[in-house]
Design a binder for this molecule. Sequence first.
Ligand code: 5GP
Length: 207
Amino acid sequence: MAKQGILIVLSGPSGAGKGTICQELLRSYPELNYSISATTRPARVGEQNGVNYWFISRPEFQKMIENDQLLEWAEVYGNFYGTPCHHIAELLNSGKDVVLEIDTQGAAQIKKKFPQGVCIYIAPPSLDELAKRIHKRGTESLENIKTRLSSASGELTYVHNYDYVVVNDEVQSATNKIIAIIIAEKCQVVRNIATINNILSNAKKNF
Ligand code: 5GP
């Protein structure tokens, strides 16, 4: 049986830089598989269906919930977002690693359903920096920016439910830390029982 892949969850407040880090992670670690979320949010300029998200209607999203097709889902700033389950189990069972980039509500659901998942909290260096980044991104209305900032300070307290925290003060160094976490997780004894047993049974045969 192939070794199980690792489910890596990148989460944290909006504007912490999860998306940028995730892109950099996929560039530097191409064997990772990105899980494309479904959302009812309208596509932003430059976003593509099936690349950034699966852009679907509210009734379609509701149907996915009813049919148990989402590993987790949440309402974030008035829109629905969720992780489609088909494909993920298949990838993990064939030894492939999968990365999710989701909000803190979704990460809590994954930790409950899938405790062996590795949850990494991406924190901004400060709330001032977070505000600067959301303004600079220029994709949100002033109203939306206010909502995102006011929920961010509360969301920072969720960090205690995660396995790791990475402060995003610089994208490359934050990405390198995440790669180091993945490599360390792959070396955990519990994830290598079959390999260890194999070494031990060969040792018994030879001596
Ligand atoms: P945005 O609208 O800026 O693309 O995303 C808003 C928030 O939704 C971000 O915090 C993002 O991480 C989160 N998000 C994206 N996809 C998912 C998902 O599948 N599930 C959950 N729970 N949150 C998601």
